[in-house]
Design a protein around this ligand. Structure first.
Ligand SMILES: [Zn+2]
Length: 175
């Protein structure tokens, strides 16, 4: 097996609902997503995936969807106020923990057809969470679906699209 890993840095704010610690308050992180892709065979260039493909697909999605935004549970009572003020936020179907953000990025990578096997989100320099599926069955499929379009893909914890500030999950932007 060959593995390649790409780091993508971005900034995000969040707070956790139903949580007694200090993360229940609004705060931000300089996050680092570490995306690992795997393939049994290399393509004719000798690559698992071109590093720049990861950057162009997933990096742009993170930049446009998550970077410099407040990631909030969709039930967060702050949302109506942020909407009123025209602030950027991303409502999620889950608490915006490092674990769930890692899973969201993983699933979006799958949507792009990248043969991702794990995503680690470094929330601070000393704390990180990793999402990887329980089995490798789906990854074989992802390898074959490399560069497939992602029109029907919907990550389990996808950003909602109900507001002007929430970007669509399945962006086709590949600038
Ligand atoms: Zn935090």
């Amino acid at each position: 097996m060959f593995r390649v890993t790409r780091e993508i840095h971005f900034c995000y704010g969040h707070r956790l609902l139903n949580y007694a610690g200090k993360c229940r308050h609004l705060h931000g992180h300089n996050g680092k997503a570490v995306i690992t892709l795997e393939a049994a065979d290399l393509d004719r260039r000798g690559m698992v995936v071109d590093f720049s493909d990861i950057k162009n697909l997933l990096g742009n999605w993170i930049n446009e969807t998550l970077d410099h935004k407040m990631l909030l549970h969709r039930d967060d009572p702050l949302i109506p106020e942020l909407r009123r003020l025209g602030e950027a936020f991303v409502p999620l179907d889950c608490n915006p923990t490092a674990e769930n953000i890692a899973r969201l990025i993983y699933e979006q990578a799958r949507c792009f057809g990248l043969p991702v096997v794990a995503v680690t989100l470094w929330e601070t320099e000393s704390s990180y969470a990793t999402y990887a599926p329980a089995t490798n069955t789906d990854n074989a499929m992802a390898t074959h679906a490399h560069h497939a379009t992602a029109t029907a893909c919907a990550p389990a914890c996808a950003p909602a699209t109900e507001t002007d500030h929430a970007p669509a999950v399945n962006t086709d932007k590949t600038r």
